[in-house]
Design a binder for this molecule. Sequence first.
Ligand code: GDP
Ligand code: IMO
Ligand code: MG
Length: 432
Amino acid sequence: MKVDVILGLQWGDEGKGKIVDVFTPKYDIIARFQGGPNAGHTIAFNGKKFVLHTIPSGIFHSETQNVIGNGVIIDPLILFQELDKLRESGLSPEDNLLISRRAHLILPSHRLLDAALETRKGDAKIGSTLKGIGPTYTDKYGRNGIRVGNIRDKDFIDRYHFLKGSHLEVIKNMGFDISIFKLDGLSFESYETQWLEAVDRMKSLSVIDGEIFLNQSLDKGKTVLAEGAQGTLLDVDFGAYPFVTSSNTISAGVCAGLGISPHRIGNVYGIFKAYCTRVGSGPFPTELVGPDGEAIRRQGNEFGATTGRPRRCGWLDLPSLKYAIMLNGVNSLIMMKADVLNTFPAIKICTGFQKEGALIENYPFNPGDPSLEPVYCEMKGWDTSLETCTSIEDIPAALNAYIRFIEESVGVSVDTVSTGPDRCQTLQKERL
Ligand code: GDP
Ligand code: IMO
Ligand code: MG
C-alpha cells in the first residue's frame, strides 16, 4: 500500500485538521510527520470543537491508529494537556496513539531561547509561536537534542540539565534575565516542574519504532494518511526565508519524518483556502490591509488556533499555489472556506507579478520585494449562502467559475470543497 498525504499549500491554517478528520474513515493509520505544537488543527462536529497541536487529527475515530512520527518535535507538557482535554470529553486517546522513539523533545529552555531570540530581533522578529520550534530543530541538526527514546535512560536527567545549562548560558550572554519570559503564563521554574512530571507520564504511553511499524503496516495492506502541519510557504527551504518554520513542510518531509521511501508516496492532497491568510511576520504580496481584509478576518474567524493572534488576510495568489503544487506533486486539490467570500460582490485573484514593466508568473525568490506589483484578475462573486449546498452539483455558477479558473490555471482538479467548519460541510467529487 501507499501513504497518501494531506498538506497545506499556503501559510498554514488551511483547514488540514478538518479534512484529515473527514478523510480518516478511509484510513487505518494517520501519521504526523513534522512540526510540533506550533500547529493548531481545528476539528468540529456534533456542535463540539477541538484544537489539536501534537496529536494527529484521526484521534476522534477509535478504530484508527494515530502515529506521531520521528520528524515531529514534542513538548510533553503540551501533549498531556491535549490528552487530558480529550479524556475530559469522554475519549480514550492513549488507546490509539503511538509515538516514535526518534521524535525529539522540546525542553522548557528551548522555549525560553525562542523567546529570547525573538526579543533580540525586535522588529525583524519571525513572529514565532514561541513553542520552541526553531531552537529544538537547531539542537536536532546540531546533534545535541534529546529524544523520546531517551526518557528511560539512566542519564536522562543529567543530559536534560546539561542541555538546559547550555541554553541558559546563551540567554544570559544575550543579556536577558530569564524571569522576564513567561511560558504560557508560567515562570520557567513552574513550567519546568510540570514538564518533568509530564516526561514521567510519557513512560505510560506507547512508544514505538515508528518507521518499522509504518512499513510493516503498509506491507500488511494497511492504509496510511500523512498529516502535514504548517504550510508549503512556511517550508524552511522554499518559504520566504527567514520568515519560515524550521521543518520541511512539503511532501518530501513525509519520507524523512516517517521513515517511508519515496516509492511509497501515493496521492498528495493539497489544501488551500479560497483566499490567503498568514499569521506572524514576512512577505504577503496579496495582503489586504483595508476593509476587505477586515471582512475576511471577521467572516472567516481568522484568529490563530494556537496563539489567538489575528491572521493577516488577502486574495488568492496563483503563482504561489502553482509553486506549492509543483513542490509537493499535488494530484488533488481541496478548497476550504469558500463560504467566507459569500458576501463579496467581486473577488480578485493574483495571476502574476509586474516588476519594472516585465510580467513574472513564477513565485519570486523574494516575494517581499517592494518593486513587485501583484497583477489581479477580477471575477464575479456568488453573493449567496452555501448552506443549502449538499453536493458539488449544488455549487452556484459564479463559485463554479472561480473553481474552474483555478483548475485551469494550475492544472489540477479541485475534488473537495469545504463550505463550513463542521465535518458535514464538505462537498466531494464522486471519485474520492
Ligand atoms: P489547520 O491548522 O490547517 O488545521 O487549520 P486551523 O484549524 O488552524 O484553521 C482553520 C479554521 O477554519 C478553523 O477554525 C476551522 O474550524 C475553520 N474552517 C475549516 N474549514 C472551514 C470552512 O470551509 N469554512 C469556514 N467558515 N471555516 C472553516
Ligand atoms: P498549522 O499546522 C500558521 C508560523 C508562525 C511564524 C512562523 C514560525 O496550524 O497550519 P514557529 O513557531 O514555527 O517557529 O513560527 O511560522 N506558523 C504557523 N502559521 N499555522 C501554523 O501551523 C503555523 N506554525 C507556525 O506564525 O510566522
Ligand atoms: Mg492551524
